[in-house]
Design a protein around this ligand. Structure first.
Ligand SMILES: Nc1ncnc2c1ncn2[C@@H]1O[C@H](COP(=O)(O)OP(=O)(O)O)[C@@H](O)[C@H]1O
Ligand SMILES: [Mg+2]
Length: 305
């Protein structure tokens, strides 16, 4: 039997007459980094909160860390590390005070020892008395991560942990995540960044409250059924616009002087390209994750919105 850290079935949440998460089923294996992607408002935060016992589902069931998400929600809360979407620490407390506060709030034993170890791991011992509010965005996120690791959880739920963090700090943060996973800690992380999606072991894409696809990044690319083409040197906005409005084309992307177009039907895509940009030299290229997700969102918009 596989060792699932998260194993939920049919999780559903309604607000009034709106179903914001609809029949979500997913499994995350121990030690896995599972990336949760989807547009704003698609239900990522709501799903994460149901999985960690902070929000009671209206339907569905499941286990997190072997505990029932409805009946044992309190026990789950104590055993997961949850990093919320916004910086959850006190800007006007020092780094050490913030960690100490969390340790007391959770009623942890060996508080000073845990805080000192955490500061050492972060390499922040010399700056422990500095105000948290004066840290850079990247350091704030590392501190927030350290804070939710203080009680040594086996599962980390990270909700858009790197939003607005610069690329270098995002890379450091991800190296840390991989280090934790290598030690057997399971990580569920929501993100908008495609380079981060590629760093996950498995991905799920959610839109309109529906989990549309899940799998490894390679599986998602291979199963997408999407054809992609690229051409260099098209800089006519009228061509770009015509492609964007053609129903055979799901996505159009400018990358420097390269234009990419993708669609589910290769023959129809090629016909559209020949019609709107016949002088360009189009080459068949593998689809990107971004193209796959944009295409899935469009399908979902037709089905659910
Ligand atoms: N407490 C709430 N009351 C009413 N609507 C909510 C509440 N929380 C979330 N929603 C709605 O549920 C949908 C999904 O929200 P959320 O899970 O935060 O999405 P995401 O994290 O993917 O951006 C959104 O349309 C949001 O407005
Ligand atoms: Mg959210």
């Amino acid at each position: 039997m596989l060792d699932f850290t998260i194993d939920v079935h049919g999780l559903t949440k309604r607000y009034g007459d709106r179903t914001v998460v609809d029949q979500l089923s997913m499994q995350v294996e121990r030690g896995e980094i599972y990336g949760f992607l989807g547009p704003n408002g698609s239900g990522k935060t709501t799903s994460i909160r149901m999985m960690c016992g902070l929000l009671t589902p209206d339907a569905g069931s499941g286990h997190t860390l072997g505990l029932d998400v409805v009946r044992e929600a309190g026990a789950i809360k104590r055993r997961v590390g949850y990093m919320t979407q916004r910086f959850g620490l006190y800007e006007d407390l020092s780094i050490r005070e913030n960690l100490g506060f969390i340790a007391r709030m959770y009623g942890m034993d060996r508080r000073d020892e845990r805080v000192n170890q955490s500061l050492a791991k972060l390499g922040l011992e010399s700056r422990a008395d500095q105000l948290a509010g004066r840290l850079s965005g990247g350091w704030k996120q590392r501190l927030a991560l350290a804070a939710c690791m203080l009680h040594e959880p086996e599962l980390l739920l990270l909700d858009e942990p790197t939003a607005g963090v610069d690329p270098g700090a995002r890379r450091d943060f991800w190296n840390e995540i991989h280090g934790l996973a290598a030690r057997g800690i399971t990580v569920l992380v929501s993100t908008h960044y495609m380079d981060e999606a590629e760093r996950c072991h498995r991905l799920g894409y959610i839109a309109y409250g529906h989990l549309l696809v899940s799998g490894t990044p390679d599986e998602l690319l291979q199963q997408s059924g999407l054809a992609s083409r690229s051409a260099v040197g098209i800089d006519d906005p009228a061509v770009v616009s015509a492609l964007e409005h053609d129903s055979a084309v799901s996505t159009v992307t400018m990358l420097g002087d390269t234009l990419r177009a993708a669609g589910p039907d290769a023959a129809a895509l090629d016909a559209a390209l020949a019609k709107h940009a016949k002088d360009a030299h189009w080459q068949a290229v593998p689809p990107t994750l971004e193209e796959v997700f944009i295409h899935r969102s469009r399908q979902a918009a037709d089905n659910y919105s």
